[in-house]
Design a protein around this ligand. Structure first.
Ligand code: NAP
Length: 424
């Protein structure tokens, strides 16, 4: 029976759903052995370092990932980096197929003056900072100001604004990084303005996320009712279902009586940022009213842009417009791509399941005779690899450390701490 070796690079949702799809394709005539390569000492990608810590239910998908990982034909090679530890070319030579699932790690830029000032950062930095990603622990997030502006109208902007506007004690029973909880407790930020360049009818939020906002216990969430009413008129008699659901949810927010909470999260629509100003650090953002020749500015000390992501390029892989160049997931020869690296940063975690299944079906159809040409363990230093077993030690230790604190886990942050927990 032919046994094919497949390397999947990137242990995020897209990588695991690709592995699951391969496992599901197996039959008496087709068998796969799957090696998943991940540059961090921990797997799960955005489920660990992206999903907001106050949304623990979304993270339960990790149970699915662990089920995939515990199948006999799966091996984890974490703490192994594509480029420095092994190259794409080597993987292509050794494996029957290579699947890139490295996501889109870089935050898109506004491209306006002042964006590089201290106090201006991307959600691609802020989110992994509060989620204990080892590479972002030492980022400086200046929370000494009263007002922060978040630019973008998607769910990432909403996560970022909510994390800044929450009463930080609400994060105690979550797996937010310890350093972030400490800094958020010291934060002077009391007003967070979430700013969208288009109207409410065009916002990319999803309605469940909007509907949870009025339930925040310590934060006043403010939307201007006239903004929403105007959007309802513009959306017309038969808006798309998602648009209608969003506008209904926004009306509920706009109708809510203001509270006396110390913290406020306020939505601003139809405002295009044109400049960030400040002497050495952010002091204000200048906006143009979208479609109108009129500007206004907001004083603030922190600007976080959440306007989408693009893939960081890896040698040996073609990129265009922030994605890997591909044809339905096929890149070239025996190279494939899945997830956000393939389609760009859109959809929820589950979107990757059907997407990866389609690409893995194509991969299986294109297979020739098995190569039997070695695998990644032939070219890397074995003592650095975080295997599934090591990861289970890290996972168990984090969960155990969280338990007395009422947290789902207490995350280790640095690579050395993680490797120690993995007993490496
Ligand atoms: P997104 O949903 O694509 O939203 C990006 C936002 O940025 C849009 O509002 C867009 O406005 C705005 N934008 C883009 N370029 C801009 C510019 N130059 N100036 C001002 N605004 C600009 O992206 P995302 O928020 O990063 O989320 C990525 C994906 O992850 C989405 O599918 C999202 O639903 C998902 N996600 C889901 C959850 C959840 O389920 N809880 C949480 C986080 C993320 P325009 O429409 O005007 O371009």
């Amino acid at each position: 029976m032919p046994q094919y070796k497949i390397a999947i690079v990137g242990a995020g949702p897209a990588g695991y759903f690709a592995a699951m799809a391969l496992q599901n394709l197996q039959n008496t005539e087709l068998q796969f052995s799957i090696d998943m390569i991940e540059r961090l000492p921990t797997p799960w990608g955005l489920v660990r370092s992206g999903v907001a810590p106050d949304h623990p239910k979304i993270k339960t998908v990790s149970k699915v990932f662990e089920k995939v990982a515990n199948e006999e034909n799966f091996r984890l090679f974490a703490n192994v980096e594509l480029g420095s530890d092994v190259t794409v070319e080597q993987l292509k030579e050794m494996y029957d197929a290579v699947v890139i699932a490295t996501g889109t790690a870089l935050g898109k830029k506004l491209g306006i003056p002042g964006e590089e000032l201290a106090g201006s950062m991307s959600a691609a930095t802020f989110v992994p900072w509060y989620n204990a990603h080892p590479d972002f622990k030492d980022e400086s997030v200046d929370l000494s100001c009263e007002t922060a502006v978040v630019i973008g109208a998607g769910n990432v902007a909403m996560d970022v604004a909510r994390m800044l506007a929450l009463e930080p004690a609400e994060l105690d029973p979550t797996d937010t990084a310890d350093h972030a909880i400490t800094e958020l407790k010291d934060s002077s930020v009391r007003t967070v303005i979430l700013s969208a360049r288009r109207g409410p009818e065009h916002a990319a939020f999803t309605s469940p996320e909007l509907r949870e906002l009025p339930k925040l216990e310590h934060t006043n969430v403010v939307m201007n009712k006239s903004d929403i009413q105007a959007a309802i008129v513009r959306a017309g008699d038969a808006p798309e279902k998602d648009v209608k659901n969003n506008l209904d949810a926004m009306l509920l927010i706009a109708d809510k009586e203001p509270t006396t909470h110390a913290r406020t999260m306020k939505f601003q629509f139809l405002a295009t940022p044109i400049e960030i100003k400040g002497n050495g650090k952010v002091e204000e953002v200048v906006f143009q009213k979208t479609g109108i020749d009129e500007t206004f500015s907001l004083k603030c000390g922190l600007v976080i842009t959440a306007i989408g992501y693009e893939a960081a390029s890896l040698e040996g892989i073609p990129y265009q417009k922030g994605k890997v160049v591909n044809n339905d997931g096929h890149v070239s020869e025996n190279l494939y791509v899945v997830g956000w690296a393939k389609r760009g940063p859109s959809g929820v975690i589950g979107t990757n399941k059907s997407d990866a299944a389609d690409v893995m079906k194509l991969l299986a159809e294109n297979l020739g005779a098995p190569k039997n040409a070695g695998d990644v363990s032939d070219v890397i230093a074995h003592d650095k690899v975080v295997t599934q077993q090591h990861w289970q030690s890290i996972n168990d230790a984090e969960i155990a450390a969280g338990e007395p604190l009422g947290k789902p886990r207490r995350k280790a942050v640095t690579r050395s701490e993680l490797l120690k927990l993995g007993r490496l």
